[in-house]
Design a protein around this ligand. Sequence first.
Ligand SMILES: Cc1cc2nc3c(=O)[nH]c(=O)nc-3n(C[C@H](O)[C@H](O)[C@H](O)COP(=O)(O)OP(=O)(O)OC[C@H]3O[C@@H](n4cnc5c(N)ncnc54)[C@H](O)[C@@H]3O)c2cc1C
Length: 378
Amino acid sequence: MAAQKYKVNLLGAGVSGLSTALALLQTGRYTVKVVATHLPTDLNIDYTSPWAGAHWRSYADIADLEQQEYDAATFRRFAHLAETEPKAGVMFLSGHDYWEVKPKNFVDPWFKRIVPNYRHVPLAELPPGIEFGITYTTVAVNAPKYLLYLQEQVHARGGIVERATVASLKALAQIPHDAKGSKPDILVNCSALGSRTLPGVHDLQMFPTRGQIVIVRVPDELWPKAKQFTMERYSEGGAMGTGKITYVIPRDNGEIVLGGTMEHWSTDEAISEETTKAIVERVVGTRPDLFSKATVLRSCAGLRPNRRGGVRVTASVEQLDWNESWTPNSFVVAHNYGHGPFGYQASVGCAQKTVTNIEDRLQALEQYRASSRTMSKL
Ligand SMILES: Cc1cc2nc3c(=O)[nH]c(=O)nc-3n(C[C@H](O)[C@H](O)[C@H](O)COP(=O)(O)OP(=O)(O)OC[C@H]3O[C@@H](n4cnc5c(N)ncnc54)[C@H](O)[C@@H]3O)c2cc1C
């Protein structure tokens, strides 16, 4: 007889939620129902994932081995998808990081050991206004296409994806897991900025960092070269400090994402024409050969789900409600949110870690349940 599968209700259908749903289903040990206000193809400032660039450029500190593992696992999966799965919208390209002012005591990033073709850019090859640069092979993801691919993979393994707004963590536990009305065993929270206000989570470390982007096309004859090029350019002060960040990320449909801004605490939906102009000017100033004839298609803005103290990837056993005989109902409650500017590039690693965290708590769940059964007989 097939072993009983654990039932998972999962909140959130961004890249974090769908990647986690897929990782759980891939083990064959869980059934998964995803519930979310926003689903792939929706465009809303409260749903970050469709707005991302999204390229792989790890920001993990040299000492942060956990974040490095999340990013490395994702790079390996994305590289595999770029080689084998055109439907996923992932492609290889040449990454360039440029500094207007050479950082003092520059230390090569940790990812030098996993990306192919890492090297410092010789002075003669640097664009005007750049003192220092590195280059390496990386990947870029067509974000809206990848979300649809993930959703399709979830469906293909029997997962359900349903639109619903959830009022609290407890309310997630009360959503019937299937048509028979079964209760879930496991709750997973991938609600990103929603975690700030969601009762039962209420994580005040969460805050939005607005990013405005501009989507352009280049003339057809430049596309073969432009689709090979992704960059980040840092002005003095760095992107996370007072400085500006400028980036270019092509998508496999011929569109190119130009960025950007890092506006902490701003939730402004209105597009600033001045910012659009400034972004285009900075990109054209860096690579006039590729972008001086670019056509602007549209400008948009998204909110990075930032978290003071870093991403929250945890699991524990919690008693959220009571059954008819007034004994507590226990659930494994897992969290995977707060990815800020790296939600795509860490997505596979964070999803895999969430699965491990859940599996580590299953024995404790069974113990809690056994003691609840004993209590109910007293
Ligand atoms: C301009 C920009 C550029 C970026 N570039 C990159 C990049 O190059 N590389 C990279 O790795 N990352 C990049 N990012 C960051 C990346 O987009 C995010 O980290 C990632 O999308 C976060 O995904 P998520 O699934 O955690 O959140 P979201 O996509 O916001 O998903 C949250 C989900 O939770 C649901 N939800 C929340 N509360 C509730 C509730 N109460 N009830 C029901 N549903 C709820 C929402 O409806 C949604 O489905 C960029 C972001 C921006 C804005």
